[in-house]
Design a protein around this ligand. Sequence first.
Ligand SMILES: [Zn+2]
Length: 284
Amino acid sequence: MSFVTLKEILRGTRENGYAVGAFNFNSYEDVQGIINGAVAKNAPVIVMASMGAVKYIGLKATAYMVRGIAESAEIPVCLHLDHATDLDLIRKCIDVGFTSVMIDASMKSYEENIQETASIVAYAKKMGCSVEAELGRVGGREEEVIVDEASAAFTNPEDVPDFVKRTGIDALAIAFGTAHGFYKKEPKLDYERIAAIAEITEIPLVMHGGTGVSEEGFRKAIRNGISKVNVGTELKATYVSAIRDVTAKNPGEGDPRKYMCSVKQDCSEVVQRKIDIFGCAGRG
Ligand SMILES: [Zn+2]
């Protein structure tokens, strides 16, 4: 049984200079591809469902499917709910067996963010589930969560110890210049800010909006203290283009598995490349 919490899977990341990849999935084929990729690299892996993905696949189907795949994979697998603003859905995901949830109350005031996050932590702790929260605001669009450029705000290092202490979270998403979705140009990231935050807290730090960041950008962020890197947009694009490719090459293909198999394969390859960059190969 290799189904673990976020807290467990991130243990030792900063000390050992690597990060664990967290990959969004929307169906059976991409999550199977993600886990296959991690198995090929003998790496720990976090698979993430957004609120939209949970609604699309179904609550129990999401949890049981991933648990089923994880049970036959000999690597640690964490099932994480990404960017959730719906407290009721978060509790339902915890009840059904997610091993980690992200409560995103970053659009609320600082005090409200603390209160909402702490209430979810209290519930999650009883059920043996980890919690990630966000301080500052990562820009861009993550499905239903939209942050325009003017409202995006970098995380203030001075707020972090108080936030971590009063919420009791297991991981913290920080804003330092990345944004969700595709970039129009390579973003300018504030690496010193990551280091400053890592300096004053031991809480594992999470990087969102990694699509379009260079290989060296990832490595530098991890060297400065990032423990978890989220990858969503790139996998979505991979998924769609895999199906388009099969359709273009074999327009008469009648076996659905021929389409879906390429999704598995291509998602697995993207994940393996990321695992090499994040430095977590061989740590499963
Ligand atoms: Zn995100």
